[in-house]
Design a binder for this molecule. Sequence first.
Ligand SMILES: Nc1ncnc2c1ncn2[C@@H]1O[C@H](COP(=O)(O)OP(=O)(O)OP(=O)(O)O)[C@@H](O)[C@H]1O
Ligand SMILES: [Mg+2]
Length: 606
Amino acid sequence: MNGPIERFRRSPEGRFLAVFGKADKLLTSLWWSLIALRGVLPAIFAIAMGALVTAVQTHHSLTGSLATIGLVFVGMNSLSPVHGTVGSLLGAKAGAWLHDRLMESSVEPDGITHLERPDLADDLARAREFDQGLVAPPLEAALPYIASGFSDIAAAVAQAILLLTYHWWAGLLLAAAWGSTHILLKESAMWQVFEAEGVVNQRRHVEYAYRMTVDAPGAKEIRLFGLADWAVGRFTELRRKLTDVLYHERRLRQRPLGWSLLFIVAANAIVFGSLANDATHHHIALGALVKFAQASIGVALLAFGEFDWWFRGSARPIPAVLDLAEQMRTGGSLRSGSRPADGLPAHRITFEGVHFTYPTTGMKVLEGFDLTIPAGGSMAIVGPNGAGKTTLAKLLCHLYDPTAGVVRVDGIDLREFDRDSWRSRIAAVFQDYVRFELPLRDNVAPLGAPDTEIVKALERAGASDLASIDTILSRAYEGGTDLSGGQWQRVALARALCAVQLGAGVILLDEPTAQLDVRGEAEIFDRILQATRGLTTILISHRFSTVRHADLICVLEHGRVVELGSHDELMAIDGRYRTMFELQASRFYTEEVEATTPELSGGANR
Ligand SMILES: Nc1ncnc2c1ncn2[C@@H]1O[C@H](COP(=O)(O)OP(=O)(O)OP(=O)(O)O)[C@@H](O)[C@H]1O
Ligand SMILES: [Mg+2]
């Protein structure tokens, strides 16, 4: 079971070659057939040359051998570009197939832990680079070279076999001598450059330093803090270090080089010496001499060239790509059942003794958390940064399983529901909501919705005059437009409101108005309340002017509920909520007066 073939099949190179057939069977057969054809042609050429000389010597017709030589010569020269094209196509297909596997690895797991674990995230980043020329040559560029390499090896083997008909040892000796370069020069890192850990890391640093300096996101800070010289200097220094590492890695090791040269010279001296000796003593005919001399030269194609570099370099990242799926699957798996969640919750959502620790950091965020959220009403959750509010929201969406305890919907453990069925009940705006570089329409309803629903959702979110629904929300595209932070937030709200219109029963808003101006916030919140009347609304916010309208307010601190009640009740008990509310109210009063009285806000500067 563990023979050389099995070992090769499991090696990066073996797994790399196996990808081709999965990506495109027809192209792969064509690719290998061309290798075989290009492999036998030089041996036929040598035979035909020998036959030509013999024909001249014996005064026979030259037509057959000349025609063969001509045909083979044309074949040897014209197949190479055809093979190159087939190789690039196959490389592109194999690259696409591997990208598909990566996509599946990221998207398939139910949870999101696999994307947050630094080790897996790093693996994913590396695996993704397989086709970007950072850790390996891009497949599209590599395959033509690999094809030529295989063809050369096939040609060398065919000619070594031809030499066996001269003396059994001649073919073997030359093949061993030229072939030894692969082993002896293995450590002479000509082709190891991409593999060297130092190079890979250094390339990443250089790449980031470059992007940080020239890309738009850093442009403001670079100018404002006068960082231009620092950033350029940093890039130059990193670049110089990369050149040093590359130089170091690319040097050929002298001793193995000496040994292989010695071996090659000796083997050639023996074979050509023997041919010369046989010729002098008339032990060999002229035609055979030409044939075998030509074949002896041809075996040199077996020597180490660019092939190893391309082949091993391209194969190196493939196991990472292929194995990632499995690691991600276990890393991001969640318990999920098959119960439909249609129409839920009808009564309540409860957190019962919930403990939660992020698997990535091991830090306990929730410890014995209990909370009942009545269905059909609104619950606000307030608390300091890092208290665990967003974590609660993610647990409710079943993006993680609690470490201990249970989240129930109408008394049923969340993990018993079909994951998609439950998630389709929830419309959410997360704190770090996604901004799709897609038309406004797709930002509001990525899976599609009637235009009337999209327009209605945008109106409710106060976003109807931002752009036409077909405008792409990024200036990077023709006719596209950029939005401000607050405008994007309205689009995210419209996405959640559209989901509500299409049937979601729970709306979860994590800091939905953090980037809105004071008046915008008040106005939008009224509209949200109207649109979500009768639905279970969970609002996480630091803005007490918004929070106060909720039916129930939960004050969270260090993963525990410290106060729970309506605004009036919490004001009456004179605890944390009241302190925070009054602190903010005094600040908000000033902001609001400034916002509504232009002479106050701008007056001082005029
Ligand atoms: N994906 C994550 N992986 C590891 N730790 C996390 C992750 N997300 C949050 N945490 C940690 O969990 C704790 C609670 O974070 P959470 O985001 O729930 O706080 P929050 O109450 O929403 O805070 P904020 O008001 O700043 O939004 C924090 O200490 C945070 O560092
Ligand atoms: Mg948060």
